[in-house]
Design a protein. Structure first.
Length: 365
């Protein structure tokens, strides 16, 4: 949402823009706010140790009740599939305030995969008055659910706007490049190694993979690292103990070409993603971002709400299946023709102008 906030504020003669954050992911949130120079007008700061989805949902719902009464907005914008977005949309609905859903219409058709994100999206979509769909496929999903076509605008995804902004910022500032390299080295990985090596960047945090799924993923990574000693495997570990425990127990720090590092800030992650050879992930947004940098993506999930990427050939689903992960990574490392086909496929998620389309639409209505 950061580039959309910026786009609205460039039209302050037409819009008064207020930013509310819930703090659902505090560590990641604060560095992004700093990067994009956004100062929230409201901060619910909901996070507490060991809370569950009941806690998050109720805290957002009650917190947004008070924010909406005070701010009295004409439209509430929410993004994507988080519990924050779903509960905020519901809070706005209870006060009969129109909701605009950015990144609307993504579906897998399975309410438990991704979980709880698929249902978060569906509930938000049912409430939304304005639907900003990233692709034509997303628009079709909404039409199948009887959403009125005149409420749907295909815009591309704002995540690509943010990616372009960050890539340009890094490319234009050599001192920033040096600083990012040093920061990542302090976290445990020296990018100078990539002069004569390739790097697989790994992210993993999805709830549906907790348990056996993460055990399979960890065994696959360990097996690949042993098979390809001249390839680096870099895994910024999510803070969730359900992720860290199997990663540390199965992979650990004993394999010399596996680098288990602390979570990266957004700027650091984009810098490292640009330097990677391929990306192994269960993330949603990375399925859109990495292809924008020409990086093949292997998705460790059985379903994806981004089928356009699979159809375009930028993404391949490998599930949390040890054998399939190993074979798919091996093929990309060994078969350059296969690698080139994926890396040069056209990213279906837009041209970096989604925010302009959203704001221009609102200026016309």
């Amino acid at each position: 949402m950061a580039p959309l906030v910026d786009e609205f504020k460039q039209h302050d003669d037409c819009f008064e823009t207020l930013v509310c954050v819930t703090g659902q992911h505090r560590e990641m949130l604060d560095q992004v706010l700093d990067l994009f120079q956004i100062v929230p007008d409201y901060d619910l700061n909901i996070m507490q140790p060991n809370q569950d989805l009941y806690d998050v949902t109720s805290k957002v719902l009650l917190g947004m009740r008070d924010v909406l009464k005070k701010a009295s907005p004409d439209i509430v914008f929410v993004h994507g599939d988080t519990t924050t977005s779903m509960a905020s949309a519901l809070a706005a609905f209870y006060q009969q305030i129109p909701v605009a859903h950015v990144e609307a219409g993504l579906r897998t058709g399975n309410i438990y995969s991704p979980w709880p994100e698929e249902m978060n999206r569906s509930i938000t979509g049912r409430i939304a008055i304005y639907n900003f769909a990233p692709t034509k496929c997303s628009k079709r999903n909404l039409l199948k659910e009887n959403v009125s076509e005149n409420t749907i605008v295909v815009t591309g995804n704002t995540v690509i706007d943010a990616l372009h902004w960050v890539v340009d910022k890094i490319a234009s500032d050599t001192s920033l490049q040096d600083s990012l390299q040093k920061e990542i080295e302090l976290l445990g990985y020296d990018t100078n190694r990539l002069i004569d090596r390739r790097m697989v960047l790994i992210t993993g945090h999805r709830r549906e993979n907790f348990g056996d799924g993460f055990l399979n993923i960890c065994h696959a990574i360990k097996g690949l690292a042993e098979k390809y000693p001249n390839v680096d495997f870099v895994y910024p570990m999510h803070l969730n103990p359900n992720v860290r425990k199997p990663v540390l127990e199965i992979i650990g720090y004993s394999t010399p070409n596996v680098f288990l590092i602390e979570p990266l800030q957004y700027l650091q992650f984009v810098f490292l993603m640009e330097k990677s050879y391929l990306v192994l992930t269960d993330s949603g947004g990375v399925q859109e971002e990495a292809p924008g940098l020409g990086k093949p993506v292997l998705v460790m999930r059985n379903t994806t709400e981004r089928p356009e990427a699979v159809e375009a050939g930028t993404v391949l689903l490998v599930g949390a299946n040890e054998d399939k992960i190993e074979k798919s990574v091996s093929k990309l490392l060994e078969d350059y023709g296969h690698y080139e086909k994926m890396s040069k496929a056209v990213n279906p998620y837009g041209d970096g102008k989604a925010c302009k389309r959203i704001v221009n639409y609102l200026m016309r209505i």
